[in-house]
Design a protein around this ligand. Structure first.
Ligand SMILES: *[C@@H]1O[C@H](CO)[C@@H](O)[C@H](O)[C@H]1NC(C)=O
Ligand SMILES: *[C@@H]1O[C@H](CO)[C@@H](O)[C@H](O)[C@H]1NC(C)=O
Ligand SMILES: *[C@@H]1O[C@H](CO)[C@@H](O)[C@H](O)[C@H]1NC(C)=O
Length: 229
């Protein structure tokens, strides 16, 4: 029994190096594999706001089974003096992207998402402005200064923090690697499953809240080898 107890402790602290053989043992504490779920968006895009509103209803149902993120559609542009990037809906959109990326990095998921939802609620034309960033940070209980979100995104709320701009470029690269060109594109475990572009397109398995939940559940079961459920 001592051996088993040690194994339990060992596997609990280092699941990553457990061998395939020991993975079969019933006493092993296994960590589940989360499904990566990503929306390709632009912070001021009407299709993104639409998509995010649907996912606001999807998230509570699958929160413990996914790693959720937003990845931004924009273009690197070295002639742009502020961001080194061009965003389709103007410089404020680049600022909005940066604010959201910094909140994603430094705030808990729940507060980050509240921040994004708050911005969307202020109407599209105000997303990315300093006023809305600071107001939504308060609403989402993100301390703009002490939580490092402000350091990252610019303490005046302008989205011109050095780190935030770096995050924007990493995000643009990630978007390209996922082969995403449209806002909004729904990606479940690296597979594009749906696009919202004025209407829903290429949504083979549906585009309603229920359809996304079902696809995520199925992917979760597949990734974790769940059978007979
Ligand atoms: C690059 O940025 C400059 C300055 O913001 C802008 O005038 C130009 O149109 C941009 N180029 C592209 C291809 O978006
Ligand atoms: C990227 O997307 C385009 C259009 O959806 C598709 O034709 C192409 O094969 C994709 N490339 C990769 C590498 O997935
Ligand atoms: C699922 O099964 C495959 C092949 O049998 C294995 O390689 C993989 O590690 C398993 N995944 C989990 C999370 O148990």
């Amino acid at each position: 029994m001592i051996t088993h107890a040690l194994l339990v402790i060992f596997s609990a602290v280092s699941p990553a190096i457990a061998s395939p053989a020991s993975a079969q043992q019933p006493w092993q504490l296994q960590k589940d594999v989360k499904v990566p779920v990503t929306l390709g968006v632009m912070s001021r895009c009407p299709d993104a706001l639409f998509c995010e509103a649907v996912f606001d209803q999807v998230l509570p149902r699958v929160a413990d089974k996914i790693d959720f993120s937003l990845t931004y559609v924009a273009k690197d542009n070295s002639s742009d003096p502020e961001f080194g990037a061009t965003c389709m809906h103007g410089r404020e959109e680049c600022a909005g992207n940066v604010q959201q990326l910094c909140a994603a990095k430094y705030a808990p998921v729940k507060n980050w998402w509240e921040f994004v939802m708050c911005q969307n609620y202020q109407t599209r034309e105000k997303i990315g402005t300093p006023e809305v960033a600071l107001q939504c940070a308060r609403a989402a209980e993100i301390d703009w200064e002490s939580s490092q979100v402000g350091q990252c995104a610019g303490l005046d709320g302008s989205g011109l923090g050095e780190e935030g701009i770096q995050l924007l470029h990493e995000s643009i690269k990630n978007t390209q690697e996922l082969n995403i060109t449209n806002s909004c594109t729904v990606v479940i475990n690296k597979r594009k499953v749906c696009v919202r572009d004025e209407t829903w397109k290429q949504c083979e398995n549906g585009h309603n809240r229920i359809d996304f939940i079902r696809q995520i559940e199925a992917e979760y079961q597949r990734l974790n080898n769940v059978t007979g459920v």
